[in-house]
Design a protein around this ligand. Structure first.
Ligand code: FE
Length: 352
């Protein structure tokens, strides 16, 4: 009870401070109210560097993707949010579909960010931009599983992998997007049969996050699992003996190299529909495409830069994939639209 009190007070103060700053500073436009769902502790550098470069102070609210979208809806026109950072196109697409974003016009961003990694540009501008990418890869127990048996997504639903598969919840945006991409590539009928096959192959009911799946493979609970690449890279770069032990046991495979390529998703940002500090918002969104910010995504959080030509000092990214790898050729926006359909499939096949 006593432990909870300071938390409540600080949240109230933060909300009041945000609102006060939003209204009092609109004249000089030197603040930015940022709602971020990026759950990576190393992001701090990204924000302090922006403030150093521009003098614009960032007031940040950290919450998960669903929480941010719900909050924006609840706040309506009173929302202090200027920029929203979300992970996974499933969430960006949802926020856009719910009318929570304002399109911006930026020649810089339209040049820097490939069209396949942003919302469709209309005469009003573009609503969201992807700033970094991550591949959704397969990890397997090198002692129990042959790489050749798990080097396509399709094989994860094959009976030969019975009792081996671990995943996080099928309804998590990372999986909704992957499954949506698979449906785009192989068609809905085959995709649903594949999901049913995966349910039959589970080593245990879906639970935990991506890192838990990797650790589940290392512990022997799972033979094969699915994870985003930056979680693998984080363990690979870790100096902790327990993380090294995990990566000694686990093999990594970038699936579907001989067919349609590995599924790639984005982390991105959009200007809020009711943004007050719009000039700061555009500046921040353009900053995210700068070489400094792009290098940060790669070297700080092990994501792939969205902007071409960024120098990578992070060798783990290429070590992990054995050089470059074939990515699926699908505009990420096409995947976002399929999440309702995929959730219905998950419900039908009993994929939790
Ligand atoms: Fe994540």
């Amino acid at each position: 009870m006593f432990k909870k009190a300071p938390l409540v007070i600080s949240m109230t103060v933060t909300a009041a401070a945000l609102l006060a700053t939003a209204s009092s500073a609109s004249a000089q436009d030197q603040v930015l109210n940022l709602y971020s769902a990026r759950h990576y502790s190393t992001d701090e550098a990204l924000y302090t560097d922006f403030t150093k470069a521009t003098g614009i102070k960032i007031n940040r609210v950290d919450a998960d993707d669903a929480g941010i979208l719900a909050r924006l809806k609840a706040e309506g026109t009173a929302s202090p949010a200027d920029v929203i950072m979300l992970v996974d196109v499933a969430r960006l697409w949802k926020g856009d579909a719910d009318g929570l974003f304002a399109p911006i016009k930026s020649t810089l961003l339209e040049k820097a960010i490939p069209a396949s990694l942003r919302a469709k540009t209309t005469p009003d501008g573009t609503t969201w931009f992807g700033y970094s990418t991550r591949a959704r890869v397969v990890v397997y127990d090198k002692a129990r599983v042959q790489k050749a048996d798990v080097d396509t997504y399709e094989e994860l639903g094959d009976a030969k992998n019975k009792g081996l598969l671990c995943t996080r919840s099928g309804s998590h945006p990372y999986n909704l997007s992957l499954f949506g991409a698979v449906a785009e590539h192989i068609g809905d009928v085959k995709a649903e049969a594949w999901l049913k096959g995966m349910v039959a192959n589970m080593a245990r009911a879906p639970k935990g996050g991506d890192t838990d799946q990797i650790k589940g493979v290392a512990s022997g609970e799972c033979g094969v699992a699915i994870t985003n690449t930056y979680y693998v890279a984080r363990l690979m770069r870790s100096t902790a003996p327990e993380d090294k032990a995990v990566m000694d046991k686990v093999g990594v495979v970038f699936p579907n190299q001989d067919s349609w390529g590995t599924h790639v998703n984005i982390s991105g940002a959009a200007m809020a529909k009711n943004a007050k500090n719009t000039a700061s918002a555009v500046k921040f969104m353009e900053y995210l495409a700068s070489p400094a910010a792009q290098e940060y995504f790669a070297n700080g959080n092990n994501e792939y830069p969205a902007v071409a030509g960024v120098k990578l000092s992070n060798t783990t990214l290429s070590t992990m994939s054995g050089g470059s790898f074939k990515q699926e050729a699908l505009p990420v926006a096409a995947i976002g639209a399929s999440q309702v359909k995929i959730q219905q499939m998950l419900d039908r096949v009993g994929y939790k």
